[in-house]
Design a protein around this ligand. Structure first.
Ligand SMILES: Cc1cc2nc3c(=O)[nH]c(=O)nc-3n(C[C@H](O)[C@H](O)[C@H](O)COP(=O)(O)OP(=O)(O)OC[C@H]3O[C@@H](n4cnc5c(N)ncnc54)[C@H](O)[C@@H]3O)c2cc1C
Length: 423
């Protein structure tokens, strides 16, 4: 008889690895399609001690679960400035003049706690809520939803906007103080992947990379999970399954989902993102001559305004500008040659920081098809269905909590508890 694991975890992102870490006393296998662990916490470390993040970057002070795990794992979080404050400072004088009534309305909603699935918060898109606002006010919220949620104002509910308007992402309402760490906003020294790599190691789980899960069948005593690696297929058995895959993929691979669960998962949409982190050498050093190829003259190649960068003294130590293009602009260049997108990013960088251009040492590249689950209208009404276990299969991921590492970690912990209780 082939070995039957107690628990199989599908997907080695923050959610799956948090579950694996919390289940480190059990017989666990983790199946991961990619060649790296960490999913959307991918980063690259360099010999000079610097790093480039390709996805998740910062940990705001309310992300207590991530901070708790980082402390347990002995990882260093280093302070950085406030991301929201940096984005707010991009408001034009025209926007500052006309935003007042819309901010008052938004803050009034936030001062009136109601269930998250209240239709006037959850079913209404930001675009609808903004009806009648001047175009530049629409533009501001378009940029806000795009930068923080990789979605348009049509794809974001008013509830979603409330969640990301404050300087924390834990509660949509401002009436209760949100517990937070006194360390302020931070990043992981060495890159965000140090977090997930440490979780993977500390979990002690058997982690099989390059194994794409294609099908999960539920039986009476165990589940059968089919995987594919190049042309090779394999199957394993497990008594309990934790599905930590993106919601859209979970729907495709788990067989026999109840109608309500399948319908909820079908509603999920992910915003896209392209990351082109730009590494900088210390002052006085010169980078290689980077080959430039044509890029689109009217495309946006850095939509985060280069606000995310390695904290510390860039002149002394070098560092990285964690440049990315969120969904609205990523769509335009999505199919272009990576070198063209990297060249476009470098040109944008040159315009913003002409004095640093000679110090550029490398530009990374990564496309994210499933970058961030939208707070689509109706998401909060679907939340219970996202989180519901189906027999021996327990679901987690950032779509099932909040769209960030903390939400992913909390959902992974909850799934681990369900699986443990069911063993
Ligand atoms: C550009 C960018 C910037 C971000 N910035 C921040 C930030 O600053 N702060 C923050 O808190 N969050 C940020 N996030 C969000 C954060 O990265 C995610 O919320 C979190 O990492 C999601 O973790 P997860 O485990 O739910 O999903 P994932 O990390 O996506 O994990 C799912 C795993 O499943 C694997 N997989 C997929 N299909 C299969 C299959 N068929 N078989 C096997 N394995 C499969 C994937 O390869 C992946 O490893 C950012 C995301 C992006 C893309």
């Amino acid at each position: 008889m082939p070995h039957c694991y107690e628990i199989a975890i599908l997907g080695a992102g923050v959610a799956g690895l948090t579950a694996a870490y919390r289940l480190r006393d059990r017989d666990v296998v983790v199946l991961e399609a990619d060649s790296h662990v960490g999913g959307r916490t991918l980063s690259e470390s360099f010999d000079d001690g610097n790093w480039a993040n390709y996805a998740a970057q910062y940990v705001s002070a309310d992300k207590l679960k991530v901070i708790e795990l980082a402390d347990e794992l002995g990882l260093e979080l280093i302070p950085k400035g406030s991301h929201s404050a940096e984005l707010r400072s991009a408001m034009t004088p025209e926007q500052q003049r006309d935003m007042g009534p819309w901010l008052e309305r938004l803050e009034a909603e936030m001062a009136n706690p109601r269930p998250a699935d209240t239709p006037e918060l959850d079913q209404v898109s930001v675009a609808e809520w903004l009806e009648g606002a001047p175009a530049h006010v629409h533009d501001f919220f378009e940029g806000w939803c795009g930068s923080l949620l990789f979605g348009s104002t049509m794809e974001t509910s008013l509830y979603g906007l409330m969640l990301v308007w404050g300087d924390q992402r834990t509660s949509a309402f401002t009436t209760e103080p949100v517990p937070r760490s006194n360390r302020g906003e931070t990043v992981f020294r060495g890159g965000t992947n140090t977090f997930t790599k440490a979780l993977a190691k500390a979990s002690g789980a058997e982690i099989r990379q390059g194994q794409t899960v294609t099908r999960v069948m539920r039986g009476n005593d165990f589940c059968t999970i089919e995987t594919k690696n190049s042309d090779k297929t394999a199957s394993i058995r497990a008594r309990q399954v934790i599905c930590a895959l993106p919601g859209t993929i979970a729907r495709q691979v788990i067989e026999g989902l109840p109608t309500e669960k399948a319908a909820a998962l079908a509603n999920i949409r992910y915003g896209r993102n392209i990351a082109t982190p730009i590494s900088i050498l210390p002052e006085g050093q010169r980078g290689p001559d980077l080959v430039m190829v044509p890029s689109r003259h009217d495309a946006v190649y850095c939509s985060n305004g280069f606000v995310l960068k390695t904290p510390g003294d860039m002149d002394r130590d070098g560092g990285c500008f964690h440049c990315y293009i969120h969904d609205r602009y990523a769509r335009v260049v999505w199919d272009d040659d990576p070198r063209s997108i990297q060249s476009g990013a470098l040109q944008a960088f040159r315009a913003a920081f002409p004095h640093l251009v000679d110090r550029v040492s490398r530009i990374g590249f990564r496309r994210w098809e499933n970058a961030l689950p939208h707070y689509h209208p109706g998401r909060m009404a679907d939340l219970a269905a996202f989180q519901a276990s189906v027999g021996a299969v327990h679901f987690c991921g950032d779509y099932a909590w909040t769209s960030n590492m903390d939400g992913a970690a909390r959902s992974g912990e909850a799934a681990a508890e369900h699986a443990r209780a069911a063993l």
